[in-house]
Design a protein around this ligand. Structure first.
Ligand SMILES: [Zn+2]
Ligand SMILES: [Zn+2]
Length: 134
């Protein structure tokens, strides 16, 4: 196995064998709400290569596209772990903060920049999208 992600208490765990398809920083309001943070850094992995163990609870959001998106967190310590979307059924988003060494976070683009908090800067030259990626 290549990478592991786990919550603060260690009960909810992900094991994955591949590199992320993409890593991005998401400034959307749902991520802000779910993480109680200015933005989320999320690594997108192929779902069929992900093995999740442990119990999670989830919070469902309705995206503008009409698709449901859901944020999954540990049902014990409440650490936010995963992001899944009906629009991307084969992709599992993993909160980069929870990925353990040797994973190195280096988001290549920013999404939902129109919802960005005023104080949050975007590094020069980084690709960004007003809304979603497509
Ligand atoms: Zn936990
Ligand atoms: Zn988001």
């Amino acid at each position: 196995m290549k990478y592991i992600a786990q919550c603060e208490c260690g009960q909810l765990k992900l094991e994955i064998d591949s590199e992320p398809v993409l890593e991005l920083r998401c400034d959307c309001r749902d991520c802000q709400d779910a993480l109680r943070a200015d933005y989320a850094t999320i690594a997108l992995f192929k779902m069929n290569e992900a093995v999740v163990t442990g119990k999670f609870a989830e919070k469902i959001y309705l995206a503008e596209s009409g698709n449901e998106t859901c944020r999954q967190y540990c049902d014990h310590c409440s650490t936010m772990m995963f992001d899944r979307s009906e629009g991307l059924p084969h992709i599992l988003g993993v909160m980069s903060d929870q990925l353990q060494h040797p994973f190195e976070s280096s988001p290549s683009c920013h999404a939902y920049v129109r919802d960005k908090k005023p104080g949050v800067g975007i590094p020069a030259g980084m690709k960004h999208h007003e809304a979603g990626l497509s």
